[in-house]
Each structure stands twice: as structure tokens, then as C-alpha cells.
Design a protein around this ligand. Structure first.
Ligand code: PBG
Length: 323
């Protein structure tokens, strides 16, 4: 027998051969494009640390959602920057707030766009934490009814999916119960199930004006050192009624993504977060890496690890490259 018998390079010789045996591919329909929505009209403000991403007013968000849908990106997730903030994040449930207005605008201009709304209080509280402050911590159970009110407002505005990102215990069950009791049994729930206390959220917090005024989020978001704990979070969220579960961030947590995939049969989303995006953009702008090549490699690694859906700021450019 000649040596070596197996020559793996035989199937790498041409792009056609490589395409035939490729195990993972990217599809714009797998992407969920994040959008930052501000009050007002005709607004498009670039975010300095996230080149290519803007803060937009509701009707601009609708136009963007429509052009994304034409590129095959069928879903967006909305983050709101409200006019006013208070200690309890009351404006999060305002039916005239930027998120509810954007939901209505998108659903009327681009009906096939699946609108996901982020449900959290950090953009709406004056202290920037994801819930109500009691003493020196965020009070879990006091926060739940406020999150429920926010989710109901989004559902009422027409959201297809609500996505709690606050990391309070029991919020998935509380929101699911309230949706069902109020006639929103068809609204789906995507849980930020395993969300880590990460340094990779920096640019987002600038974009969404949601940096905590004191302390950090380590008393409610997960410790980056843990993976078994992520599986407990996922089990609980599925048991409480989550239709989709998420791991966030993505790139430094691909082992968690793989473990999550093996654990559950519900669709698995990952969040390719702001810091992951900004690092690629900054290095590309400096000519240190090939931005397009690295972006495709990063997103492919997330799918290869087991992600069904990817929330990514790269959604539009990648959809353009793939078309
Ligand atoms: C919380 C929320 C955050 C992100 C999404 N939802 C920030 C945080 O937890 O501090 C971060 C997303 C990103 O960095 O792209 N509402």
C-alpha cells in the first residue's frame, strides 16, 4: 500500500472541491441585526466605536429593516434609547417610546421582518443597572413586574419575539405567563440564557448609554469562568418556556455554545457582541487584518460551534458579500 494512503489535500485542490465538502455555511437568514433606536425623526447618528452602525429614529429603522430584508436578513433586534430615565426604568414600557414606535413602523413597512425586542432596564434606569436597586444590589423579584410590563408593551406594539437580557431569575416564566394571560400566546421568547459579565460589551454601553453609574453587573450576569452553570441557566429557561436560548458573548465562549447545543433541542442563538465587532473593525482599519476574511471566519466559527442564529452587527455587510 502506498504511503500515505489518505491524502486529505485531494479534496482541497480547487474551490469547487472545497465547496462540495464544506461542512458549515453562512446564510443571511441566520442573522439577527441589532438596531439602536432613538426618539425623533430623520435621525441617523454614527456610533464612533462601531463603524457602520448608527443610532436611528423609528422610521429610519423601518427603512433599514426593509433594505435588510431585501438582502435576506429577515430579523432585527431593537434596543431603545429613551427620552427620560428614572430609578425604576419606567419608560421601558412606554407605548410611545422609541422601541414600540419602531416595532410598529417596521411591521407596517416591512411585514416579513421578524421583529425581536430586547427586554431589559439598563437603557431606561438613571443608574444604568438592569433592575431596581435595593441597598447595594439589584432586587430580583422587584424587577420582574417591570420587565413583564416592558415585554407586554412590546408585544402590544407587534413584536414577534421578546428577548429578556436582564439576567433576573424567573423572568422567562414571569414573561411567558403574562404574555399568555394577555392574549399574546403566539409571541415567542428568546432568552439571553447564558449571559456573561463581560468586558466585550463596552461599545454597546456607549451606544445605548447604559453603563452602570456604580459597580458592575457581576452580581447578576454570569462568571466568565463557568460552563456548567450555563447549562443550568439554559435548562431553567427552557423549562420556563423559552423558545430560543442564547449564549452571549460568542467568540470567547464557543465551548459554551457547543455544550449548549448538545444540551438542548431548542434553536440556539449566539450574540457576536459589540466588543467583538469593534476589535475586528479597528484591526481592519489599521490594516492589521483582512476585515472581510476575519469577519467571515469569526461568524463561521460560531455556526460551526453549533449556533443556529447569530445576532451580529456584521449582518448587513455579510449579506451584501454573500449576495
Ligand atoms: C443589556 C444588554 C447588553 C448587551 C445587550 N443587551 C449590555 C449589558 O449587559 O451591559 C450588549 C450587547 C453588545 O455588547 O453588543 N440590555
Amino acid at each position: 500500500m502506498p504511503f500515505p494512503l489518505h491524502r486529505y489535500r485531494r479534496l482541497r485542490r480547487s474551490e469547487s472541491l472545497r465547496a462540495m465538502v464544506r461542512e458549515t455555511s453562512l446564510d443571511p437568514a441566520d442573522f439577527i441585526a441589532p438596531m439602536f433606536v432613538v426618539p425623533g425623526e430623520g435621525i441617523r447618528q454614527p456610533i464612533g466605536s462601531m463603524p457602520g452602525i448608527d443610532r436611528v429614529s423609528p422610521e429610519v429603522a423601518a427603512a433599514d429593516a426593509e433594505s435588510l430584508a431585501k438582502l435576506g436578513v429577515l430579523s432585527v433586534i431593537l434596543f431603545g434609547i429613551p427620552e427620560g430615565k428614572d430609578a425604576r426604568g419606567t419608560s421601558s414600557a412606554d407605548p410611545e417610546g422609541p422601541v414600540c414606535r419602531a416595532i410598529r413602523a417596521i411591521k407596517s413597512q416591512s411585514p416579513k421582518t421578524v421583529v425581536v425586542s430586547d427586554v431589559c432596564l439598563c437603557e431606561y434606569t438613571d443608574h444604568g443597572h438592569c433592575g431596581v436597586i435595593e441597598g447595594d444590589t439589584v432586587d430580583n423579584d422587584e424587577t420582574l413586574p417591570i420587565l413583564v410590563a416592558e415585554a407586554l408593551a412590546h408585544a402590544q406594539a407587534g413584536a414577534d419575539i421578546v428577548a429578556p437580557s436582564d439576567m433576573m431569575d424567573g423572568r422567562v416564566g414571569a414573561i411567558r405567563t403574562a404574555l399568555d394571560a394577555n392574549g399574546f400566546g403566539d409571541v415567542a421568547l428568546m432568552a439571553y440564557a447564558a449571559k456573561y459579565a463581560s468586558g466585550f460589551y463596552g461599545p454597546f454601553r456607549e451606544a445605548a448609554e447604559s453603563t452602570p453609574a456604580f459597580g458592575d453587573r457581576r452580581a447578576y450576569q454570569m462568571d466568565p469562568a463557568n460552563v456548567r452553570e450555563a447549562l443550568k441557566e439554559i435548562d431553567s429557561d427552557v423549562a420556563e418556556g423559552a423558545d430560543i436560548v442564547m449564549v452571549k458573548p460568542a467568540l470567547s465562549y464557543l465551548d459554551v455554545v457547543r455544550a449548549a447545543k448538545e444540551r438542548t433541542n431548542v434553536p440556539l442563538a449566539v450574540y457576536n457582541v459589540s466588543g467583538e465587532y469593534s476589535m475586528v473593525k479597528a484591526a481592519a482599519q489599521n490594516g492589521w487584518i483582512d476585515g472581510k476574511r476575519v469577519t467571515l471566519e469569526v461568524l463561521t466559527s460560531m455556526k460551526r460551534a453549533g449556533a443556529d442564529l447569530i445576532l451580529t452587527y456584521h449582518a448587513r455587510e455579510v449579506a451584501e458579500w454573500l449576495s
